[in-house]
Write a protein that binds this ligand. Sequence first.
Ligand SMILES: [Zn+2]
Length: 131
Amino acid sequence: MTVINSYEDIMHQHRSTPWRHGVMDEVFPPEVRAQVLAAVSQGTPLKQVMEKHGLSDEVAYGRARWDGDWERQLYSALLDGRNPDLRHGRAWTYAKYRCRCPECQATQPGCTAAQRFLQQHRPAPARPACG
Ligand SMILES: [Zn+2]
């Protein structure tokens, strides 16, 4: 059994990655994740849905940094639920309309998760037909 001598020991233990992921499953369990995806894909802002469950939207984005499946599901839901009347992929839409779809998020500096999602999942632009 590990003897905990100091605050540093506790922090060291608790900072281990498996521990943190286990805690994340407790605070943000699969059934809550499913509800969040359903609401977001119907157009409810992620922040609002997460707050309903007593969580910050950072919890959802944080999980996307290490859980590839969740990342795909989350950004797909954000894409499905975005307002079709807006022009996406613009910083203006992000700021003025608070759109958090991957295309608008990708306009923000440091938003690598959204950019990565788009690179992997956005269909390639149709090539002009030859001849
Ligand atoms: Zn958007």
